[in-house]
Structures are given as C-alpha cells and as structure tokens.
Design a protein around this ligand. Structure first.
Ligand code: THU
Length: 157
C-alpha cells in the first residue's frame, strides 16, 4: 500500500499587484456580476474568459424557476465562448461574485465541481495550462490551471 498527497499551488495576491491584462479580466468578471439573473439565490456570479484570439467572453449565472435548470456563470461563459469561437482556445479565466447584500465578497468564491469539469474540457482542448483567477474584493487567488482545481478529475489512472 502507498499513500499519496496532493499539493495544490495557489498564489494569493491583490488587484493592485495583478498585471494590467489580468486587472482588465477581473474588472470584466466583476462587471458581469451585474448581468446575473439570480432572483432566487440573490447571489451574483460573473466570469470572464480571455481567448487566444484576443476576445474576452463574459457570462453570469442564470437562474430558473425550476432551480436545477439554472446555469453557473462559468459554464454560461465557457459554452458561449466555445460556441462563438470554436477555433479559439481559452487563455485565462477570472471569476467574481456579489453576495445577497449586493456587495462583492471580501474573499473569492471557488467554482463548483460541475463547472470545474466543464472548464477542464476547454483546458484540455487548449493543450496548455489555463490559469484561473478567483477575485474577491480583498483577496485574489490564482490557480495555475483548471486541473489543479480538480484533482482526480474524470480520467484513467
Ligand atoms: N454559482 C455560480 O454561478 N458559480 C459557481 O461557481 C457557484 C454558484 C451560482 C449558481 C446559483 O445561481 C448561485 O450562484 C447560488 O448558488
């Protein structure tokens, strides 16, 4: 028998310390939270995806009266991005959220399991790491890849 440990590298930083390009992506994710349709949870999530063709595609969570029919911000953005520019690959993803008080959360949210699996598909297509920037009002966390957010993802050992 063997034991394995997984370590997940993450950078904790601030908006001011980001490169101008990442600041732009985070600003667009933050702006997208205002396009969320969340009358049920009142939790507003925005995602911005920078593509290899220079486009930035945004998405926000879309809820539905039949709750399970809702879709998270990350998948809204990812599916729209790939349906619009199927030839382009994902470069970087930024995610931001506002809570029920309407204010951006101090600490970032981390994408749900289903979104991680969906985003991983596009990282695999890109054939390189796609960094994920999780933006809070105070703290920002950068994961160097989608895969690092989904250890033991669906695959063969
Ligand atoms: N939500 C997202 O959009 N992204 C996530 O990563 C987690 C949760 C949405 C789903 C739902 O509309 C609301 O946030 C509350 O869970």
């Amino acid at each position: 028998m063997k034991n394995f440990d997984i370590t997940i590298p993450v950078i904790e930083t601030t908006f001011e310390e980001l490169t101008p390009q990442l600041q732009k992506l985070v600003a667009m994710a933050r702006k997208s939270t205002y396009r969320s349709y969340a009358p049920y949870s009142k939790f507003h999530v925005g995602a911005a995806i920078e593509l290899s063709n220079g486009e930035i595609i945004c998405g926000a969570n879309q809820e539905n009266a039949a709750y399970p029919s809702s879709l998270c911000a990350e998948r809204t953005a990812a599916y729209y991005a790939h349906a619009t520019y199927p030839e382009a690959t994902f470069k970087t993803i930024a995610i931001a959220a506002r809570g029920t008080d309407g204010k951006e959360l101090a600490n970032p949210i981390s994408p749900c399991g289903a979104c991680r699996q969906a985003l991983l598909e596009y990282e695999t297509l890109a054939k390189h790491n796609v960094p994920v920037v999780l933006a809070g009002e105070k703290a920002i966390y950068i994961f160097h890849s989608v895969k690092s957010l989904l250890p033991y993802c669906f695959s063969e050992f």
